[in-house]
Ligand binder design. Structure first.
Ligand code: GLC
Length: 750
């Protein structure tokens, strides 16, 4: 307990409030964001930009039991014991502490509270909704649930009562009648967010170690909060465009012939494919950074022949290094002190290779060493790295809390580093791949806030069950709210056997996931699209084709995402914040601003009750115009109900592409109404775009007129052909535009 306030001072831009038992600092990072913190032992792993924005009108007023602090826009009261009350300048309450910060009524708390070093309790408003917290297995709205952040390998079916999964993002958005705000608790220890609301008036969060350090963001809507959070932790950098292609995986494709057979079958069945993944069995005895001589004897030549066919190879890498005196990665790691210790000894647990040791990714020299090891995979032509088991998972019980990892700031114990272990492994991998000059492609299972700067994520070991298809929607939306935009689930489910119907419905959802990968476990029914029946195969092909058409739209979304942090997969209220009924909608989502997807996610259903926000919507398949709060849509197995916003402009690649590749032709689907859209184009591969080497085409739609203009021409390859597909109440019309000049507007009357 901090006790009573003694005094307050302002040093440059930092307020220091001195209590009987310690100090609390307050910084207004910007007009919309305030940080409340104690002295940290270690710099943040998550935050990369908390520089204080200048020009704020900072002042304070100390009134005995409380200090009033302001930046001219926000007003923060700090009371004894560090309790707070935050308002906007027009007097709207944002968040308010509940008095009994420590003597929390145990009846209203959960067992988790026993392990917390500090707890902050706040009043919850009637109907307040909570969103975010990464990939928890519950619904979108986290009210009435409790979650803990402790990265966990959970092979059992993920259910909503589970407190933790693989990822920890201690960030949530709260929405109540007076405000929309976000809270980020910048603490890597096990933390708890309790929105159970047992007393109907409070929620709390706390952590089991470290210091109190949290940011409160205030905005007009959820989008503005996500953008503020993204400004703190960074965004996902624009990916190479092929990473948006279809990816096929299996634990495992055991040998070169089998993997080649998969690529050949994709060709045979005319389904687009860009990537094949190699799971742990490509290695020699699960030794990371090796390949099996027996199963992949000519791996370099094979990868090179795949590459001339346009196929990329991604290989899995786990953190656990096999204990083997004759294995050079182990030898060098030991020689250079790169492994975690228990006391004076190297700590050993078991993972796939048997006895294994754990790299100290918290130290820069270990990260560099890890990166050097990647040279081998890069040299044989691997295009992306899939980081798994990096919670870290261990088969002989959890790593004890007092296992230590060397770091750039002294030794770190396991309880502090655990939640950022995958984050640091991703950083090590990113830094090495960055040096290739291409945009790094990394997939990670575990992560923390800010890992999105380095890596995409998938949601781990789901099952081939309808519940997990349904879960994929709130899970991906919540990850997006938490800064993780490049997400995907194992399409078809990892464990268990997908039925043809489940597979069909899953691809209808999965084709919109930024990371589109079909993956399954060795003991499950084969899950490649042709392993079912003709109908499933045809449905699979239809939706992969749809995905390839939409790649330029998704790439545009990534361009925007890199700037602001807006996720690709969004809840409807992200785009329509006034439509609060969508707070609890767990079976629809939007891709960007324009596409609303209302998939069928229950077995046997061939209709869907579609909830639509206000406005006119076009049925994607029929062009029919629909309006209204709810409609019932027929959705036979091959139909995923998709709706396009009136006024939408959507760039498409031509039909029938088998790989993502640079295109001479672009098609703009334009939907009657009013709208504006900027389409982005670059080399799809390098960081040259950061030097301005890209093009932008602006389209303005004003009912029956459109205006197209090349507003930026930095990249030499312009489209040679532009086709317009205009959708309106009287049907579809098509025409071509074939010549562009910079800053010359082309007008078309529709
Ligand atoms: C873990 C991963 C899974 C992978 C398997 C074998 O369970 O989550 O995707 O296939 O390990 O490497």
């Amino acid at each position: 307990m901090l006790g009573k306030i003694r005094n307050c001072s302002l040093d440059k831009s930092t307020f220091k409030i001195n209590f009987d038992n310690g100090d609390l600092y307050v910084e207004f990072i910007s007009f919309q964001m305030v940080r409340i913190f104690q002295n940290r032992k270690r710099p943040s792993f998550a935050v990369i930009n908390n520089k204080i924005v200048g020009g704020q009108d900072l002042s304070f007023n100390f009134k005995g039991k409380k200090v009033e602090l302001t930046n001219g826009n926000l007003l923060l009261y700090v009371f004894n014991n560090g309790l707070i009350k935050l308002f906007t300048k027009d007097g709207k309450i944002v968040i308010e502490s509940k008095d009994d910060i420590i003597d929390l009524d145990k009846q209203n708390a959960s067992d988790e509270i026993e392990n917390l070093k500090f707890v902050s309790t706040f009043l919850s408003h009637e109907n307040e909704a909570f969103f975010g917290l990464g990939d928890k297995a519950g619904p979108l709205n986290k009210r009435n649930y409790e979650f803990a952040n402790w990265n966990s390998d959970i092979p059992q079916a993920h259910v909503e009562t589970m407190k933790s999964l693989y990822k920890s993002i201690p960030f949530f958005v709260g929405i109540h009648d007076s405000s929309t705000y976000g809270v980020f608790l910048d603490n890597t220890y096990r933390s708890v967010f309790n929105f159970l609301n047992k007393d109907n008036e409070s929620f709390y969060f706390g952590a089991s170690g470290g210091e109190l350090d949290y940011y409160i963001m205030v905005g007009d809507n959820i989008k503005s909060i996500v953008r503020l959070f993204s400004s703190l932790i960074g965004t996902y950098p624009l990916p190479q465009i092929w990473t948006l292609g279809n990816q096929q995986s299996r634990w495992s494709y055991w040998c070169e012939n089998e993997a080649q057979g998969i690529v050949d079958s994709y060709k045979k069945y005319k389904i687009p494919l860009d990537v094949i993944h190699l799971d742990i069995d490509y290695m020699d005895g699960y030794r990371v950074f090796t390949t099996s001589e027996k199963r992949f004897p000519k791996i370099k030549e094979w990868i090179s022949s795949l590459s001339s066919d346009g196929i990329k190879v991604v290989t899995i890498i786990d953190p656990g290094v096999k204990v083997d005196e004759s294995y050079s990665v182990y030898q060098k790691g030991i020689a250079n002190n790169h492994f975690a210790k228990l006391g004076k000894d190297i700590y050993v647990n078991q993972v796939w290779p048997g006895d294994s040791v754990f790299p100290t990714f918290s130290s820069k020299d270990t990260r560099l060493w890890w990166g050097d090891n990647l040279d081998y995979l890069i040299s044989i032509g691997v295009s992306g790295i899939w980081n798994d088991m990096n919670e870290p998972a261990s088969f002989k019980g959890p790593l004890p809390y007092n296992v230590t990892f060397k770091s750039d700031n002294g030794l770190i114990r396991h309880d502090e580093i655990h939640n950022v272990y995958g984050h640091l492994m991703a950083e090590a991998t990113y830094d090495r791949l960055f040096k290739t000059g291409k945009r790094p492609f990394i997939i990670t299972r575990s992560c923390f806030a800010g890992t999105n700067r380095y890596s995409t994520v998938w949601t781990g070991d789901n099952q081939s069950i309808w519940d997990h298809l349904r879960l994929a929607i709130p899970q991906q939306i919540s990850l997006g709210i938490s800064g993780v935009s490049f997400v995907g689930t194992d399409i078809g489910g990892f464990g268990g056997d997908a039925t043809p119907e489940l597979m069909s419905r899953w691809i209808e959802v999965g084709c919109f996931s930024p990371l589109m990968r079909n993956h399954s476990a060795f003991n499950s029914k084969r899950q490649e699209p042709w392993m079912f029946d003709k109908l499933t195969l045809d449905i699979y092909r239809k939706y992969v084709n749809l995905r390839y058409k939409l790649i330029p739209y998704m790439y545009d979304l990534f361009h925007i995402e890199e700037i602001y942090g807006d996720p690709l997969i969004r809840s409807i209220f992200y785009n329509f914040p006034e439509e609060k009924s969508f707070f609890n909608n767990n079976d629809e989502f939007m891709l960007g601003e324009n596409l609303l997807i209302s998939p069928v996610v229950t077995s046997g259903s061939v209709t869907k009750l579609v909830a639509l926000p206000k406005g006119k919507w076009f049925d994607y398949w029929t062009n029919e115009i629909v309006e209204g709060e709810y409609i019932i849509k027929k959705a036979p197995l091959d139909v995923c109900p998709i709706f396009v916003k009136s006024g939408a402009i959507i760039p498409n690649f031509v039909d029938g592409l088998q790989r993502v590749s640079s295109q001479d032709k672009i098609i703009f689907d334009i939907y009657q109404g009013k709208g504006k859209y900027v389409h982005y184009q670059d080399d799809g591969e390098t960081f040259d775009y950061r030097k301005g080497i890209f093009n932008q085409y602006e389209i303005v739609l004003d009912d029956d007129k459109i205006q197209i203009e090349l507003i930026k021409n930095g990249y030499e390859k312009l489209y040679k052909e532009i086709e317009i597909h205009y959708h309106c109440d009287s049907g579809l019309s098509q025409f071509k535009i074939d010549k562009f000049e910079l800053n010359k507007k082309i007008f078309v009357k529709l």
